[in-house]
Write a protein of this length. Structure first.
Length: 168
């Protein structure tokens, strides 16, 4: 089934028994916690497919809001509670649409798609999905060194700076 919305064509695909369309945007969530000594730590995840480190990352599905996508991805990739409180960051980056196999269904006018970033305070258990081979909690400097993509480093910097200034 094909759906056309605002000039963008969505191809329906079968996921978990339900037909869903991949929306032309991505979300990225950095989990953080404050240790007993008052230090900030960030959870970063090693991707199973290319071994690159990042936060929780994924695509939107047709009909979801950006926040709904973020909460679903946090649940799917780390089993975070669906009621996790997210803080939207100002950072936004763009990814070439051709990086996604679904881009052929978005139409020729979709050249890049936005990546929206969030922070989430979390100190509970993390259960990895098959998308990641491992995760680790680390301070800002170590996380920034391990994260592969520059735009994700920028969003992590923003989150760290907001926490430093008491803006979350």
């Amino acid at each position: 089934m094909v759906l056309k919305l605002k000039g963008i064509v969505f191809q329906k695909v079968l996921i978990g028994g339900f037909k869903m369309a991949r929306a032309p945007y991505n979300i990225h969530i950095f989990l953080y916690r404050i240790t007993k000594s008052g230090d900030r730590e960030y959870a970063i995840f090693r991707r199973s497919d290319d071994s690159k480190w990042q936060g929780i990352c994924g695509g939107g599905e047709d009909g979801e809001t950006i926040v709904q996508s973020a909460l679903r991805e946090a649940y799917e990739e780390a089993r975070l509670p669906k009621c996790t409180i997210l803080s939207k960051l100002d950072s936004i980056s763009y990814i070439p649409a051709t990086e996604f196999k679904d881009s052929e269904h978005w139409g020729k006018n979709v050249v890049v798609i936005p990546m929206y970033y969030f922070g989430a305070s979390y100190d509970g258990e993390i259960t990895l999905s098959s998308e990641h081979s491992e995760y680790k909690w680390c301070d800002f400097n170590e996380a920034s060194k391990l994260i592969y993509w520059h735009d994700q480093k920028n969003a992590l910097w923003e989150l760290n700076e907001r926490l430093e200034r008491g803006l979350l």
